[in-house]
Structures are given as structure tokens and as C-alpha cells.
Design a protein around this ligand. Sequence first.
Ligand SMILES: [Zn+2]
Ligand SMILES: [Zn+2]
Ligand SMILES: [Zn+2]
Ligand SMILES: [Zn+2]
Length: 362
Amino acid sequence: EKETQPPRRYGQSRLIKKMKDLGVGTKSTRHHTIEKLYDRGYIEDDPPQPTALAEAVVEATEAFADLVVSEEMTAQLERDMTAIAEGEATLEEVTAESREMLESVFAELRESREEIGDHLRESLKADRELGPCPECGETLLVRQSGRGSYFVGCDGFPDCRFTLPLPGTGEPLVLEDVCEEHDTHHVKMLAGRDTFVHGCPRCAADAADESEDRPIGACPDCGDEHGGELAIKELRSGSRLVGCTRYPDCEYSLPLPRRGEIETVDQYCEEHDLPELHVHDGDDDPWELGCPICNYREYQAEQAIDDLEDVRGIGEATAEKLQDAGVDSPDDLRDADPESLADQLQGVTADQLRDWQGQLAG
Ligand SMILES: [Zn+2]
Ligand SMILES: [Zn+2]
Ligand SMILES: [Zn+2]
Ligand SMILES: [Zn+2]
């Protein structure tokens, strides 16, 4: 008996090799194409995996306009370009042929526009369904607010206003696992290296509702004036933080790790008069996080970009190129004109420079 094998996933380099074998793209465009797939939400994770969106789009186009998704079409266009470059075909011949091919493709797409839309909506909705709404019995869905943050909402909206928060980091992915108590799918938050499993959103909210704030000391912002206290709080989104008991009047807060049990130990930070925190996760020795204010200061210092290579997307080779062009520090990079600097750098675009400058502004 033959076992069914899951389709093989491609690491980025294997994906690039496959594109090469299929004649898709050129050496200089393949990396860029993969980046675009990430940007548009067609692949996620590393090694890259197709998203539900990608699968839905491929399914819909295969059903309604299969020439678009065929690698033959892309490869044919690439071959035509090469033919022009090598003088074997004229630009006119090739553009006429390409135009004809593309026109028939677009005609096909236009005709089935509504069916494609319906198909996409249906398959994407199926990927956002979590389980029954506790208030009205309709289906809970992962939704996105106008400001772009994700939350759990009811398909019965606006009649039903039931909602649950989701963590603020990453993009939610509905997993196959189901919480038995709530008949609700678990959720994973995709955030590159910070990806984590959030679990059942209803369990997370219940746990927060049942938890009590644990005061640890005076609030540095409003303790003297208003008697505000810092407390370890669990949020319904599953996050935890040290926040002021006078929230929302005082918004002072410090982040805490998502996982592990937080213990306050009988040792105090002399500077901030707060207890040190230990985080217990599994059987390992606890992580001695220390005073939450001192810990956050250290974290911020680590995040500071004080070297070109601290910028996401700049490696050793690129840093050297930048230095050769007179850009020695993050400050120099921030002040540079992207267009004229890009002209001096081989393989670096003005858009990339603007992205790096954006990181420095943040
Ligand atoms: Zn509902
Ligand atoms: Zn649950
Ligand atoms: Zn306060
Ligand atoms: Zn401290």
C-alpha cells in the first residue's frame, strides 16, 4: 500500500532552483519575485509555504483562466525576451504575439470575474472560521479592523456584537486543532521569528477574566501624585504586561513574555523599588528577568540600531558597499538621498534604501 506524502515544501534556494529549471524569471528577478510573494501574502514562513490566499487564487485561476497560472506562459515570455536579445526575433513579432496571448487571457478573466470573486470569498472565509459564537450560535470568524488589527468577530454581525481580541503581533492563521471545551479552532500568529501559537481565543479570554491583577509597586508616572500602582496583568488577547492600576487614565506599561509562569521574588531593584521577576517555563531553570523596568531598558538598548548591519536587510557585503559610497553609520544612511545613493550602489534600489530609512525612523 502506498502512503500519501504531503507535497514537498521548497526552501528559498530550492524554490529559486525550481524557477530556474522551469525557465521562470531571470537570475536578477527571481529573488525579487519571491519577496513580492511574501509582500502580497501568497507565501509565509521560511522555508516559504503557500498561504490559503495563494491556494485559493491558484484554484480560482486554474478553474477560470488556466493559462495565467501555467509556468509555460511565463517561460514562453522569457524565451521570447531571450530571442530578442539574441537577435533571433524582432521586438515587433514578439510583442504582437505576447499581446495576443495576454488579451485572450484577460478576456477570459473578465468574463469570469464574478465567479472568481465568489470562489475566493468562499474559500478564504472557510479559512477564517473558528467555531460557534457563544451568544448567537452563528460562526466566529477572524476579522480585521479598519485600522488593520485582527480580532474575532461574529458572522452574525451587526445583529450580534460578540468579539474577542487577538494578540497584537503577527497575522492569524487558523489551525486544524480544535479546543474541545469551546469547539473552537486554535490560532497561530505568524510573525517571522516571533511566530507563536495563541491557542483557543475563548480560553485565552476566559483565563484573563478569571485572573486577578497582581500589584508589585508604585507606578513611576503617577504613584506619587495619584497613588497609581503597577500590577502584573493578563489581557484577554493572551498578552501580559506590567501596567498601571489607573489605566486608562495612566497608560504606563512594560511588556512581559507571553509564555511561562511569572513569579515575583523577594529581591528588590534598588533603583525602582520593584520586585525581581522569574519566569518558569517547563522544567528548565527559571529565566531571571529581574526588575521589569530595568529589563525593558536593556531590551530597548539591544534593539537600538547603532550599526549598519543592525538594519534588517543589510548584511556584511551591503554594509561594505554603503561604506564605500561614504555611508558609514545609520545616521549617514538616514540623511542620504535614496535616488542618488542608489545610483552609486550596484544591486541596491532606492526603494530598499527607503525601507531601511523607514526602520531608522521607527
Ligand atoms: Zn454571535
Ligand atoms: Zn477553548
Ligand atoms: Zn500610573
Ligand atoms: Zn529596576
